[in-house]
Write a protein that binds this ligand. Sequence first.
Ligand SMILES: [Zn+2]
Length: 383
Amino acid sequence: MLKNLKLVLLLICLISLISPACNNTSHSNNDKTNREEMITEGKKEENLAEDDEKEENTEEDQEQAKENEEKNEIVEIDYNKIRPNELGHIMIIMYHGLVEENPPSPYQRTIEGFKKDLEYLYEHGYRAISMRDFIDNNISVEAGCTPVIITFDDGISSSFSLIEESGVLKAKPDCAVDIINKFCEEHPDFGRHAVFYINGDNDPFAGAGTTKERFKYLIDHGYEVYNHTYSHAHLSQLSANEIQEQVGKLDQMIKEALPGYVVDSLAYPFGERPKEELRHLIEKGVYNGQEYHYKIALREGPSGPFVPVNHVKFEPFNVPRVRGSEGEEWDLWWFFDYYDKHPEYRYISDGNPDRISIPKEMEAYLNKDSLRDKELYVYTIEE
Ligand SMILES: [Zn+2]
């Protein structure tokens, strides 16, 4: 009885959270992101509960979560209405720092501009995902939504830094992380994710806390920290040894601060790749007796289409990004307008991370070898 009541309450919470839903999909599916947020929240609350209740609640909640999970997986979407296209474009947005006003270049964004970007993304059916899920092809945004990845380069304090308040470390007010945290409190289904590409020689995220505490705050709150080379190097000008030092030294710095954390994503400083014959040293190399392995590396501009990993044109070590700014050709707001006019190019999720759904006319663009354990579903629209 109690269990049923809790389930009903959970469902009511979920329904109230799914708003606004993506592209007329509110009828169709439970939102996996929402559900995961709810489960996480539930777990947090549990930690505060009395010890003797703790174990029972955990088991019960896990059982409920599992029940909902199974339920969700068998919910089928209306393909004619949602028209998922999981070979469509996923933008990776690139920011550097935030400024209060008058950005010195289009690489900086104002605080208000960044808030405006988040609002636009949310209102237009974009949902933030992690780089981890992008790399692992494990995209679980609500059916009808378009994933997006938010990145910040250079470990700048206005992107993220900590302050200490009564002995507790908190995100500094109006740094990007603080803005995203607050945005996700109001819109839990947006997805609290952003990716930080850092250097090692510039005191990343300068402010309160040790380097380790800063990295740990990010990881503990759903964010990610990856490699932007040790000293923001011009990789195109470096020798084999120098490249491995730049990649390996920073790789080891993150891994030492975060034991067990997987570091397999890099952003090329200045967007510059190594000379062609040395490019393999991004994927794999050795520094100081330790190997590193990378799966993806990002450029600094829209150097190609924003295709996902199952697309034949996906090049893991040449992944384009779009500059998070407004008013110039090829920047974020230019692409907002572009996808508004051409929604057919957007990645539209089927809501099921285990299934890759594509319309028949996109089948030629599928790299079948990239599917691995994912189920493929090719559908034809009935007009
Ligand atoms: Zn940079």
